[in-house]
Design a binder for this molecule. Structure first.
Ligand SMILES: *[C@@H]1O[C@H](CO)[C@@H](O)[C@H](O)[C@H]1NC(C)=O
Ligand SMILES: *[C@@H]1O[C@H](CO)[C@@H](O)[C@H](O)[C@H]1NC(C)=O
Ligand SMILES: *[C@@H]1O[C@H](CO)[C@@H](O)[C@H](O)[C@H]1NC(C)=O
Length: 343
């Protein structure tokens, strides 16, 4: 006689190296988030290793830093592929926004420096990784303003000539980011639809595991409590750090609940083709799916890349085969969209 057993509950299985990495990140972010809503940056700086730019190529990519506004500490790191077989006369430009809940990290942190280097080399693109002001010291919209200002800065001919390589083609710009950076990528793309640039043309968005939310809690947030990095306690803390102190501003604001009741009607906008990346063990995946559905319903060209066995921020870890797989998929998307655009 056959017994019918229930399928086993899926469990997240990661190599120990990745587990250690994830738990180190969680430990230090938790320890530096104070109960009163401020961040202990001194503690954090002990473990937040930074790396300088290098004009001598590392792994086939040279880097340099450019200051946009010293008073706000807005700057970006440019990643230029130098391998002969990567250089064409015409490289797409990826504006990249790092994750960290709007509170942590920077383009010169070792993890994101390495990620952008991989993007530049594997995609064959110039990457512009933006240092934006962080919360809670700076509330919304500081982060979004800073990221958008970098597009305006490079729209200026003088700046472009001075700070980007000749083969960077601003008619082929992409905005990309993960987690809080995914939120930024979406909103920068939205702002770009309503702004008249002279040279910059945003032709695609790569929105990786974006940090979205709302007043309510989704099923995945409840079901996946306890999976790496994202928890109710942490997201509550981060949204509070991010939101301006204004009694009318809650989590259903369209910058957080993008596809919610106050969503912007994008159906008539020239919103660019978009990739949405989600993972099965990311507590934010229901929000991200809603975002994908919303783009589709609004008539936009949108692709869902789903990684059922991965968790939040998985692609930061180069030891995971899924990380290389994702970068490969993004490369295909960028080349497909770029090839449709004339020079
Ligand atoms: C929170 O606590 C820290 C350390 O005790 C203190 O330096 C900081 O000023 C406090 N911030 C606020 C917003 O009360
Ligand atoms: C760039 O060159 C490296 C090394 O030869 C290769 O691994 C990578 O796939 C190339 N990237 C592109 C976009 O062709
Ligand atoms: C957020 O947006 C969703 C739609 O995506 C909407 O159903 C919900 O009311 C909003 N807020 C909450 C409470 O989740």
């Amino acid at each position: 006689m056959e017994t019918i057993s229930k399928p086993p509950k899926p469990v997240l299985s990661l190599p120990w190296k990745t587990r250690v990495g994830l738990s180190v990140i969680a430990t230090f972010t938790d320890a530096s988030c104070r109960k009163n809503g401020s961040v202990n940056r001194r503690l954090l700086n002990l473990f937040d290793f930074r790396t300088p730019p290098s004009s001598k190529p590392i792994n086939g990519v040279a880097t340099h830093d450019v200051i946009v506004d010293k008073s706000r500490n807005v700057w970006f790191r440019v990643f230029v592929p130098t391998n002969e077989n990567n250089i064409t006369s015409d490289l797409p430009v990826i504006f990249f926004y790092h994750g960290g809940g709007f509170v942590f990290l920077a383009p010169d942190g070792v993890a994101y420096d390495a990620v952008c280097r991989r993007f530049a080399r594997k995609v064959g693109a110039v990457v512009v990784s933006v240092n934006y002001r962080l919360a809670p010291e700076n509330k919304y919209p500081a982060q979004h303003d800073d990221c958008f200002d970098v597009l305006k800065f490079l729209d200026d001919d003088e700046n472009r000539k001075k700070f980007l390589p000749k083969n960077a083609n601003l008619l082929r710009c992409f905005v990309a980011g993960d987690s809080a950076g995914g939120n930024l990528a979406h909103h920068v793309a939205l702002r770009a639809c309503e702004f008249n640039f002279r040279h910059v043309k945003v032709i695609g968005a790569v929105v990786i595991q974006p940090f979205f939310g709302g007043e309510g809690q989704t099923d995945s947030e409840i079901r996946l409590e306890g999976t790496p990095l994202v928890s109710k306690k942490r997201t509550d803390w981060m949204w509070k750090a991010f939101m301006p102190q204004d009694k009318d501003f809650n989590r259903d604001h369209p910058v957080i609940n993008v596809s919610g009741p106050k969503a912007v009607d994008i159906s008539k906008m020239d919103f660019p083709p978009t990739v949405v990346v989600i993972a099965g063990f990311d507590a934010l995946c229901d929000w991200q799916k809603r975002y994908y559905e919303w783009l589709k319903k609004s008539g936009k060209e949108v692709y869902l890349f789903e990684y059922p066995n991965m968790c939040h921020a998985f692609y930061i870890f180069p030891e995971l085969p899924e990380s290389a797989q994702l970068i490969g998929q993004i490369r295909e998307f960028i080349h497909k969209v770029s090839s449709k655009i004339g020079n």
